[in-house]
Design a protein around this ligand. Structure first.
Ligand SMILES: Cc1ncc(COP(=O)(O)O)c(C=O)c1O
Length: 391
């Protein structure tokens, strides 16, 4: 069967897919239906951070699968409580709401911010230009990229877009109706733009001063990517709410919204809910993911190797100054912004057995699995050098 043709016939055509059918994954590698092996430097958009088929994650999920696949949220769930305790203790000592995806984790944060502001008529949320927060109608409205809005009007009211890394722009956007600011500490979808340390710390102070909530969307940049368990730790700035998803389940779908205790308690019984949110298998797997990532040696490796990789990309920029405009990154998040469109480079890398992504047409994005070592990063740089040389 030709799955590429069948997909076109039976599935909504919302994804511009790369023409390859993968059937197996192990560690940092994917295997296609012909047995060809590919080094994956995209980790399923930051999902497979602990590697494909991570043995600890598989074993926890299998054990849970044999005991209880689903438990409605009207009963108490041990895997949920265990994971919530772990996330709370390791972060802002708050409470957790579990959902199934990043968009839902942000929906929960947005609803919580609205309820927080409701008592004094505040509902506006400041987001940022070039941000990405999801595809549901509210998170789409919070997303600062017009191309995603086209055709879906009217969007949810009350979102404004400040300039990233510009505190004066945030101040200008702020009104008596503002209840929260939502920000990705490292903008991912738009091409890896890390926030400035000074800006995030000024933003924290401003929000505190105005009694505005600060929400960090760590869905793409959290859980080890920046070289710390949470991205906020890389900045020394503590948010009021953190949203997580993507890599949290090691490949299984789970989202989490962590809010300071006094904020979480604003929600009353019935204010929010989810049928599948906090599924026991996903929670059991997620516990192993968090344990895996919360490892000093691993985080140190990500910081060191991340710098090494970004420097390697900078060397390529020096070698190909007419092709590469800018290199950005932090930890295991990197981007090479090109002067030309990147699709052909991505295709040539694919042929050479390397998976990378191109975002915003001209930005090559690298999100290596946290399991990738120096050898694998060297291999990436060498394949890229070959491909760029032939361009
Ligand atoms: C920063 C950020 N927030 C939210 C989302 C939405 O997550 P999901 O696709 O799981 O709904 C994404 C997905 O790419 C993201 O990168």
């Amino acid at each position: 069967m030709n799955y590429i043709d069948l997909e076109k016939r039976y599935i909504f055509q919302t994804y511009k897919r790369v023409p390859v059918v993968f059937v197996k994954g192990k560690d940092s590698y994917l295997y296609d239906e012909n047995g060809k092996k590919y080094l994956d430097m995209f980790s399923g958009i930051s999902v497979s951070s602990v590697g494909y088929c991570n043995p600890k994650v598989i074993s926890a999920a299998k054990k849970q699968l044999d005991n209880l696949i689903h438990l409605t949220n009207i009963y108490y769930s041990r895997p949920q409580v265990n994971l919530a305790m772990m996330l709370s203790t390791l972060s802002i000592k708050g409470k957790v709401f579990f959902s199934n995806s990043g968009a839902e984790a942000n929906e929960c944060a947005i609803k919580l911010a609205r309820k927080f502001g409701n008592k004094d008529g505040r509902y506006e949320i400041i987001s940022f230009e070039n941000s990405f927060h999801g595809r549901t109608i509210a998170t789409l409205s919070a997303t600062g990229q017009k191309q995603f809005h086209k055709g879906f009007a009217p969007l949810v009211k009350g979102f404004k877009f400040a300039i990233f890394n510009d505190i004066s722009s945030v101040k200008k956007m702020c009104t008596k109706k503002t209840c929260a600011v939502i920000i990705e500490p490292v903008q991912g979808e738009s091409g890896i733009y890390p926030a400035d340390k000074k800006f995030l710390s000024e933003l924290r102070n401003f929000c505190r001063e105005k009694n505005i909530l600060l929400i960090f969307d760590e869905i793409q940049c959290g859980l080890g990517r920046t070289g710390n368990l949470f991205a906020y730790k890389s900045y020394g700035v503590i948010p009021d709410i953190i949203t997580l998803a993507k890599s949290l389940g090691g490949g299984l779908p789970i989202g989490a919204t962590i809010a300071k205790k006094e904020l979480a308690d604003i929600f009353e019984y019935g204010d929010h809910g989810s049928t599948f949110g906090g599924n026991p298998i996903c929670c059991a797997a997620a516990e192993e993911v968090v344990k895996f990532v919360n490892n000093k040696k691993l985080l140190k490796k990500i910081t060191g190797n991340g710098k090494f990789f970004i420097n390697g990309l900078k060397k390529l920029q020096k070698k190909y100054p007419l092709l590469i405009k800018e290199i950005r990154g932090i930890g295991y998040m990197a981007a090479a912004e090109l002067y030309v469109e990147g699709a052909e480079i991505v295709n040539k890398c694919l042929e050479a057995g390397l998976l990378i992504n191109c975002t915003k047409k001209k930005t090559l994005r690298f999100l290596p699995p946290l399991t990738a070592g120096k050898n694998e990063l060297l291999k990436v740089l060498s394949i890229l050098e070959n491909v760029l040389g032939k361009n």
